[in-house]
Design a protein around this ligand. Sequence first.
Ligand code: CP
Length: 312
Amino acid sequence: MKHYTSINDIDNIDDWIKEAKELKANPLKYRDLGKDKTLGLLFFNSSLRTRLSTQKAALNLGMNPIVMNVSGDAWGLEFEDGTVMNGNMAEHIREAAAVVSQYCDIIAVRAFPTLTDKEKDESEQVMNAFMKYASVPIVNMESATGHPLQGFTDALTISEYKKVSKPKVVLSWAPHIKALPHAVANSFTQAMQKMDVEFVIANPEGYDLNPEITGDTPVYHNQKEAFEDADFVYTKNWSSYEHYGKVVNTDPDWMITKEKIGNAKFMHCLPVRRNVVVKDAVLDSDSSIVIEQANNRTYAAQLVLKKILENG
Ligand code: CP
């Protein structure tokens, strides 16, 4: 595998899950694979889990991770071609990506969407520019439309916790005070579509995800109906796709409660706003597997880096 920028880069998700479980059981088995190799982690946006788990994954493989907060510490980056750069942007992505490639064997990038310009977000301008102008492999640590490290983590976690061969998995929208990206919901949807699960999505009217991603996945606008017999309830807020980037509903009736999820396991990518998205009683109960889910971020990232390193 050259780059990892989408769930579509996973050729066989069952094989990947099996391999990730083996890494989790023996995380230091390949500690010589990344010897003298450098992973550059470039953050245009905040992070706790991705930043730490991806570094941990690199260290487990013997790599040297180096981290930069691009938005705060680097020169302002210009992504448009042919621009007269007499404004705030001091460096073009053409030079920046090429230069970072001199220092790093793999570059991982986090760059959120604008949520104001759908066309620009869907063009994945930042991720595609790094793929175009860097001379080393690129890993997506959450881009405008996808969070494939999270999506694969979630697939691994469901595989670990499932009690029946084909569990029912519900992705449920929940309220939030801010407009949030679609990336986690998109990648989770794509991961579930690759797995042997009964997968449905629940969201209010006006919050349907990009139909090119949801495809044939059933979408309910009635949360109670969607939650019937669920084994896993994966919760995430996202802003409207139809009314792009807008918050058109904050109905607290969509918040996740113990009563709603019954015997299902509760999942969330984190960070999560308590008593806005989900009640304390859920997060503080045995139903919640969010910490185990976050732990799996390391092994998902480790498998991705291992595959890229093995590709040479
Ligand atoms: N789930 C996730 O990506 O967490 P961070 O934003 O903290 O990295």
